[in-house]
Each structure stands twice: as C-alpha cells, then as structure tokens.
Design a protein around this ligand. Structure first.
Ligand code: NAD
Length: 344
C-alpha cells in the first residue's frame, strides 16, 4: 500500500543516514585514533540501525556497518592479508539478553557448554604471525581481511616474544590479542605529549592505537623519543588464535595454557564455568572490580570453550556465533560545567 511504501522509503533514508554517521565515526576511531562521540553513543547508533534492519530487512545492504568488521587500512601502512579472517563481536547489554543468547546456543547444540569468561580489554586488536616459532609480522585488524603492518613497532612492546619459547611450534600460527595502554601509565604519556606540544589522547584506548600506529620516518629526535615512550608502555594480552589447522588441545582455555608456555602474555583473569548463572556471577564480580584491573575494560567476553563446538556454530560476516560481548552500562562521567562569559 501507499503507506507501507512511504514507511519503507523513510526507513531506507534513516538507515542510510545512520550508516553514513557510523562510517564517519569509524574512520575517526580506527584511522585517526579519535572518538567523536562516547562509546555508548556509538553503540546506540549501531543498535538503532540493527533495529531498523530487523523491522525492514529490505534496507540492509551487504555493506551495512551491521554486517562488516569496522575499520580499514590507512594509506600510511602496508596492507597485510590475514591468513584467517578476524572478526568483531556481537553485543548484549543486559543479563537478560545474555541469558537469551546462551539459551539459543544451548538449544542449537543440545547441551550446556563450558563457558570461557574473559575481560573485554579496551585496546586494539592485533594479529601476530609466527612461522616456526618466529614472529614474522604484526598487523591491526583492519576490515578483518586485511590489516595494517605494524611489525616494526611491535618489537618495542614488552612482553611480545620475537621468538617463542619451548617446543612444538607449528609451521604457522596466528596469535590474536589486544594491545592496550595500562591505565596507570596514561597520565605520564599525555604529560610527555603536552611537553612537546602534541595533542593529548582522550583515553587509554586511543593512546594504545595512536602509539602503535605511528611511523618513525621524518620524526625529530624529540618526537622519536616520544614515540618510543608510548610504545614501551604498551602491553598485550592474548585472546584467541587465527590460522592453526590442528591445535593439539580441544578447548580455547587449553590453547591459552599452551600459548603461555611459549612465553605469550595470557590473562590471569579468565575463568571456565559450567552454567549461565556462573557467567552472571563473573560479570557482576568484574563490574564491581573493573577499576582494579591494569587495563580499561568495557565488558566481559563469553566464549564457548570447546573448539569443535565453535567450529559447529561458525560465524556471520561480522562476528562468531560462539562468543558474545556483554557490555557494562556506561559509567557516569564527572564533568565540571564551566560557565564561560564572552565579553562583548
Ligand atoms: P568490539 O570492540 O565491541 O568487540 C570486538 C573486539 O573486542 C575484538 O576485535 C577484540 O579486539 C576485542 N576484545 C577485547 N577483549 C577481548 C577478549 N577477551 N576476547 C575477544 N575479543 C576481545 O567491536 P569493534 O567492532 O572492534 O568496535 C566497536 C566498539 O568500538 C564499539 O562498541 C565502541 O565501543 C568502539 N567504537 C567507538 C567509536 C566512537 O566514536 N566512540 C567508534 C567506533 C568504535
């Protein structure tokens, strides 16, 4: 009818506007290490677009931000093709939504899986490629297929082995994790930046991304020292693997154990639990403890632990079906309102 056609046209326009705004915010965030709006506001726009596409599936194009891994490859960096795709994560924003997700998984596979609960580290995703135990490249996630080559810089990040310890390294393994800026180091980096007249980073996440995604070419001695300062404060924690055809263990938690014996940095805060209620307890625990962790966290990631079940569940074009990010509600920011009177 006339009115449904008009409704559809209005939905298409609204979806196109939302997609355009989201792409602008992604370009600022992933390419220029800037947040033009808060993360909660960004998530809200994504949720609006998802809701529109649910109500009007006709308006969802293949290239909609809801179907792609946000991020790209800046011209500043050499593109690197990941051996295996990198994904984003789907989100839930309440325990009820998490329970709904878990029930769907449990209905799908016919049992209650072991859930691996991890902190969701607010940094940037990194893909380390090891060949026969030697680090040959480090790349950002980019669009998930192609990332940005940051190999030169990753060598300055402490805790990332250039050569794996131990034995039994496969010919090729991609180790995925998050590079982050420790919260207690953030003020010192900004102070150093201010000294040299550089723009300060708004938060540790942008500091992580901005520190890693730099080129040394053409920098003065002062700026080079600043760049090294940022890089040397960065840390990484492993949260997954990419290409590795036959890992010798059956679960993701055991994979972490193995990677730890090779000298890779694994988190001490992950936990395997056997029920949805235990996941809820983990979420609540770290909701209260989030400021006692060395890095910022924006939620909890819950994964099905068994690798064979992960393979059975598979992925969409944007995210695995076997994992979900529970996002904590945004924290109240204490802002001081300053009344500025402009004289005329
Ligand atoms: P995401 O950050 O919500 O989730 C996916 C990422 O989580 C993975 O790629 C991985 O790098 C990371 N991660 C951290 N800890 C992990 C763990 N333990 N296990 C697995 N993965 C872990 O999704 P996204 O697509 O990368 O980015 C979207 C988010 O980025 C938004 O929700 C928002 O918070 C932020 N963002 C903000 C703006 C802005 O303008 N403020 C713009 C773009 C994106």
């Amino acid at each position: 009818t006339e009115s449904t056609r008009a409704g559809l046209a209005a939905a298409a326009t609204a979806a196109a506007d939302l997609a355009e705004r989201i792409r602008e915010l992604q370009a600022a965030y992933y390419e220029r290490d800037e947040s033009l709006v808060s993360d909660a506001e960004y998530d809200g726009l994504m949720q609006q677009l998802e809701a529109l596409e649910r109500d009007f599936p006709e308006v969802a194009g293949q290239d909609s931000p809801t179907r792609r891994v946000g991020g790209g490859v800046s011209d500043l960096f050499t593109p690197v093709l990941h051996a295996e795709r990198m994904y984003s994560l789907d989100n839930v924003f309440s325990l009820d939504e998490f329970r709904e997700w878990a029930h769907k998984i449990e209905r799908g596979i016919g049992l209650t899986p072991q859930y691996l609960c991890e902190l969701k580290i607010d940094g940037l995703a990194m893909n380390l490629r090891y060949e026969n135990g030697v680090l040959v490249s480090a790349a950002t996630r980019g669009d998930g297929v192609t990332g940005e080559d940051v190999t030169m810089n990753i060598h300055y990040v402490s805790g990332i082995p250039s050569r794996l310890m131990g034995v039994g390294h496969p010919p090729l393994v991609e180790v995925r994790g998050e590079v982050f800026f420790p919260v207690r180091e953030f003020a010192a980096l900004n102070a150093h930046r201010a000294e040299l007249g550089e723009k300060m980073f708004a938060n540790p996440r942008n500091a992580a991304s901005g520190s890693l995604r730099q080129k040394s070419e053409g920098k003065s001695a002062d700026k080079l020292a600043l760049m090294r300062d940022g890089l040397s404060r960065l840390r990484m924690l492993v949260h997954g693997i990419g290409a590795w055809p036959t890992p010798p263990v059956a679960t993701q938690s055991e994979i972490y154990g193995l990677l730890g014996t090779w000298g890779l940095p694994i988190s001490g805060n992950s936990k395997v639990v056997g029920s949805v209620e235990d996941v809820a307890e983990f979420i609540e625990h770290f909701g209260a403890e989030r400021h006692s962790v060395e890095h910022e966290i924006d939620g909890i990631v819950i994964k099905v632990d068994t690798v064979a079940v992960q393979a059975e569940l598979g992925s969409t074009s944007r995210a695995p079906r076997w994992a979900i990010a529970y996002k904590y509600p945004p924290e109240q920011v204490n802002t001081t309102l300053i009344d500025i009177h402009v004289g005329i």
